[in-house]
Design a binder for this molecule. Sequence first.
Ligand SMILES: NC(=O)c1ccc[n+]([C@@H]2O[C@H](COP(=O)([O-])OP(=O)(O)OC[C@H]3O[C@@H](n4cnc5c(N)ncnc54)[C@H](OP(=O)(O)O)[C@@H]3O)[C@@H](O)[C@H]2O)c1
Length: 403
Amino acid sequence: MVPSWSTEQMPQCANKTIIITGANSGLGYEATKAFATKGATVIMACRSIERGQQAATDIRNNVDTASGDLTVRQCDLASLESIKSFAAAVSREYDSIDILSNNAGVMAIPRQETEDGFEKQFGVNHLGHFALTGHLLELMISGDDESRVVTHSSGAHEFGKINFDDLQRKQSYGKWEAYGQSKLANLLFAYELQRRFETAEITQTISVACHPGYAATNLQYRGPKQSGSALRLRMMKVANRIFGQSAADGVLPLLYASTATDVQGSEYYGPNGFLNMRGAPEEQSSSQESYDTQTAQRLWRRSETLTGVSFEFSWYPYLREYCESRHIVALVSAIRPYVAARFPMTNIPTYLRDAVDTDPVDWVYISSQCDYLEVVTIIYDLFAHAALTVVTRYIERCFISTK
Ligand SMILES: NC(=O)c1ccc[n+]([C@@H]2O[C@H](COP(=O)([O-])OP(=O)(O)OC[C@H]3O[C@@H](n4cnc5c(N)ncnc54)[C@H](OP(=O)(O)O)[C@@H]3O)[C@@H](O)[C@H]2O)c1
């Protein structure tokens, strides 16, 4: 089927800075090519610098990248440390990010763990991107222009279940169940992020999701290769030839979700053809489970605890809502970035974070759970730390400017 929306119709991306994870292979490679052809600065976040550079060289040699620019950076989503270093380097070098494409993934591999002990499919596909987005949030929302977080899910989310009792699938592991869980988590995350943007009245940044249908890429070969099954590998090659569309066609929903002007937050794009496996991008609905706000909030809290990354705006709206004084709102706005950087929400007791995350905030529950002294200590810590940080920053700035 010839897609009715193609890269020809894709808007120009000059002056846009785009991060794409897993940019060296399959859909990430095709997306990088398309973005660069449209003039974007693309930061290729790759697990292997060599494979990333090879891909960048191929793209530069084979397509006219117009005024676009490709930069390869190491980012292993199976390592929280690597994600943090990547985000820190990007924050030092760039003022803002226009599109964050959470694309990299692994599928149906034998059970393995990430550097931080997470089941690998959940760890790379969901937790890694959760942490990355959290680290880059300030860069995404601070620019003057519209920005987007685009998360790559899959039709496999339909059979996914979030097993909160065994998120890391230590008790029982099924490679497809784990993949389904990670892809459902991608959608729960994408929609919850949009809800949090809306609650925080952040309108210039939106969060959307997409899936490619079935595209013949390296994704299907990793599982069989890692489990040493020559038969499964052969079967996958045949299946890819019969059912798979090209990676260039499979990436169209991601490109549409990233660039089309009519895209709204929380939308989900996929191919419109047979069984949504191929075709032109269209807006679609995902499973009922993926829109469940309670599951999404619970997953969010667990993801914050597991990764140690908190999205600084997640507590801001509640404070704003419950603080009547405009002065406090102004103060909180001013110190928010400093507090978030130096005082992660993970330091706040879990019961408090859980209660604050309910809507409306369950103050009765909070007061039954903690004594006043503890609350006073937390608030004192929060503001003392923030005040100290602001003063330190001010001195640093004066020092630098008079140097
Ligand atoms: N192809 C399909 O039919 C299909 C269907 C539904 C959804 N999807 C989704 O589309 C996305 C892209 O998949 P694809 O088809 O393009 O597969 P692919 O060709 O295998 O590419 C996957 C990319 O992810 C990278 N990656 C894997 N582990 C990583 C890690 N720990 N840290 C950083 N990067 C890592 C890979 O890097 P290396 O090359 O270094 O391994 C590679 O660049 C995935 O999220 C997948 O779930 C694909």
